[in-house]
Design a protein around this ligand. Structure first.
Ligand code: FUB
Length: 331
């Protein structure tokens, strides 16, 4: 099913050629149809992909849809790439997918069941498939992380590949964030040299929704803060010299705008290697919406200044210009 955002602005100037007209098309916001949240955006095999949480009451969050695009404007829905029917231990609250390709497999890490204590079954699981469109099947038959460590609820994971090729999982709700090292086939965790498996790297203000990237030797640690059910949900960030921090808060980069939307948070960053364009993909609540689950996925530009600081994001209804992977980016 192909979808173009309702707000798509096609400013095709009458006397210009097709190139200018194509560049004038904008994505509009939101970019995905329906209620979705916690989007993680990627580029796989020459296409943009977004993996969001299906933002419904917990009992209905039993699957994940994915979306692909060649230009950030037209999105194709891939329904139910993961279904709890294929994950014996997961029954609800399937949240915040994080996906990474390795060795011909796509690994999808997800939270399930929203466990409140170590006696409950659930946590962070791994499923894998040969294509980003799935179908993803449970890889371990049990959660990868099934308990609280350092106070972190096992949700909101992100898999991060460091510049030396080491893969880490960073995750955590309830105001605590841990980092752990993944083993080669993502079937388990490898203890650090000091014997610990989970290291806490929580910056001041952290609530949930961690996203990490490395750029020009700087480790950017971003997170969501405020309550996700309210208007003040926001994204802040810190910069460190390694994935272990220490991460000192720099400031907020994404928040509500009373003219555009409320509750802007739980984001990811999208960037094609060699491109000058950086994007932030996030969820927000349309003006006037107060239902906690009525969240929509949007995209806007992200800018770094000359010192590498992230400039506050201007959230928009127009979204971003069409950006075709085939034409605009160097390999
Ligand atoms: O979508 C469910 C939860 O809401 C996520 O895990 C949190 O980060 C918040 O966005």
């Amino acid at each position: 099913m192909r979808f173009r955002a309702a707000g798509v602005v096609a400013v095709a100037l009458l006397c210009t050629g097709p190139t200018v007209a194509a560049q004038s098309v904008r994505s509009g916001n939101p970019i995905l149809p329906g209620w979705y949240a916690d989007p993680e955006a990627h580029i796989f095999a020459g296409e943009y992909w977004i993996f969001p949480t299906y933002s419904a009451p917990y009992g209905q969050q039993t699957f994940l849809d994915a979306f692909s695009s060649r230009d950030l404007v037209t999105w194709v829905k891939h329904p139910q790439v993961l279904d709890t029917a294929d994950v014996a231990w997961a029954r609800r609250a399937v949240w915040a997918p994080s996906i990474i390709e390795k060795g011909g497999w796509y690994y999808l890490f997800f939270g399930a069941n929203d466990i409140q204590n170590d006696q409950q079954k659930g946590g962070i699981g791994v499923a894998r498939a040969r294509t980003p469109a799935g179908p993803f099947k449970d890889f371990l038959g049990k959660p990868l992380i099934d308990a609280f460590h350092n106070g972190a609820q096992p949700i909101d994971q992100m898999v991060f590949r460091d510049v030396d090729g080491t893969y880490y999982i960073v995750y955590g709700g309830w105001r605590h964030c841990n980092i752990a090292k993944l083993n080669d086939d993502f079937s388990g965790l490898v203890p650090f040299p000091d014997g610990s498996t989970f290291k806490e790297i929580t910056p001041a203000g952290y609530v949930e929704g961690v996203f990490m990237l490395v750029k020009d030797g700087k480790y950017y640690f971003m997170w969501s803060e405020g309550g996700w059910t309210g208007p003040d949900y926001a994204v802040a960030y810190a910069i460190g010299t390694s994935p272990f921090g220490p991460f000192n808060r720099v400031g907020k980069i994404l928040q509500q705008d009373s003219m555009v939307a409320t509750g802007a948070g739980h984001h990811s960053i999208l960037h094609a290697e060699g491109s000058a364009n950086w994007y932030i993909v996030y969820h927000r609540r349309p003006l006037g919406e107060t239902d906690r689950n009525h969240r929509v996925v949007s995209i806007d530009e992200l800018h770094f200044d000359a010192q590498g600081l992230i400039q506050p994001v201007v959230i928009t209804k127009a979204g971003v210009k069409a950006d075709s992977l085939r034409t605009s980016h160097k390999p």
